[in-house]
Structures are given as structure tokens and as C-alpha cells.
Design a protein around this ligand. Structure first.
Ligand code: ZN
Length: 178
């Protein structure tokens, strides 16, 4: 069976509101009253209740959440301005509360409001809704394990991994940085 979907319950929307209010970087979303829909993506489980497929995939790779902008037609039909889809199994069976918070904060951070020039007023779409863009990761890697094995320290995979440890060590691996 393909992935099925279900509207997230209040625990998710409450957590999202809390994060939006807590961190200043999300303030433009509140100011522009961006409406976000939250949906669980649900995979199939085997008899032992283990996932047998990936609920969410991006470029063919399993991921835990996908954030996207919604279009004029979706909004005309009552949808939000953006949608965050979350892996239901991960969210409910695997993740700690702290991990849930971190992932949801990450996904919210993908949503950015496009502002008018020299102003802190949001640009608007034809239907009056705030204009959004998806913020890209400021750190992003695409790695193939097999290439790292084949080319070792000459592969970008290994070079970037080394960079993470050396340059951002204190940030990503504070336990190693003395
Ligand atoms: Zn992301």
C-alpha cells in the first residue's frame, strides 16, 4: 500500500505554536499569520508492527519530514499556506520529545516569509496570503557511502565529513571539542 495520511492531532499543533512563539527567528511567520497544515504520513507495518516501507521520501531517500508551500488552488479549497508532513511511525514510536521538538523546529525554519523591500511587511500573493519561500539548509551534504569507500580521503564525502569534525566540531560535536 502507498503512504496514507492523517491530519496531525493537537499535540503537534500545540508544540508548533510553542516553538513559533519561543524562537524569534519564527516571528515573521506569526506576524504574517502564516497558516501551516500538519499531516502525518503513515507507512505500512508488518505483523510485528515494524515499518515495511518509507512513509516519506525526498529524491528517493527516506526522510522524517517534508515541508512544502501550498498553491493558490489548495488555499482556495481551505488549505494552509504551507504544509509539514511528518513520519507518523517515527513521531509516535521512535522519537523522544526533544527529538520531536528539534525536527519540528527544523521544518518550521524551512518556511520563510518574503518581505517587501526595506520593510518588515510581508509580500502578498494574489489571494492576499503571505508570500512564502522555502529556506534552504545552510549545511547540506549529498553522500554516497560507496564513493567514500572507493576513493577514501579524496572523495568529497570524506573531505566534507572531515570538515564537519574540524571546523564545526564545537557546534555539532560539542562533546569532542574541549
Ligand atoms: Zn530540512
Amino acid at each position: 500500500m502507498p503512504t496514507t495520511y492523517q491530519r496531525c492531532d493537537e499535540s503537534v499543533t500545540t508544540l508548533a505554536s510553542e516553538l513559533l512563539c519561543k524562537y524569534d527567528t519564527h516571528k515573521p511567520l506569526l506576524d504574517a499569520r502564516v497558516k501551516i497544515d500538519f499531516v502525518w504520513a503513515i507507512c505500512d507495518l508488518d505483523e510485528d508492527n515494524h515499518p515495511i516501507n518509507d512513509a516519506l521520501k525526498k529524491n528517493g531517500v527516506k526522510c522524517l519530514a517534508i515541508t512544502r508551500k501550498l498553491g493558490l488552488k489548495d488555499r482556495a479549497l481551505g488549505r494552509g499556506d504551507a504544509e509539514i508532513a511528518l513520519d507518523y511511525y517515527w513521531w509516535t514510536q521512535t522519537a523522544s520529545e526533544e527529538q520531536q521538538r528539534a525536527l519540528l523546529d527544523h521544518e518550521l525554519h524551512h518556511i520563510a516569509v518574503v518581505m517587501m523591500k526595506h520593510s518588515d511587511t510581508a509580500q502578498r500573493e494574489e489571494d492576499g496570503r503571505p508570500k512564502l519561500r522555502l529556506r534552504k539548509h545552510d549545511v547540506e551534504f549529498g553522500w554516497f557511502s560507496i564513493i567514500a569507500h572507493r576513493h577514501g580521503e579524496h572523495s568529497q564525502e570524506r573531505i566534507q565529513a572531515k570538515e564537519i569534525v574540524e571546523r564545526a566540531g564545537q557546534f555539532y560535536f560539542p562533546e569532542f571539542a574541549k
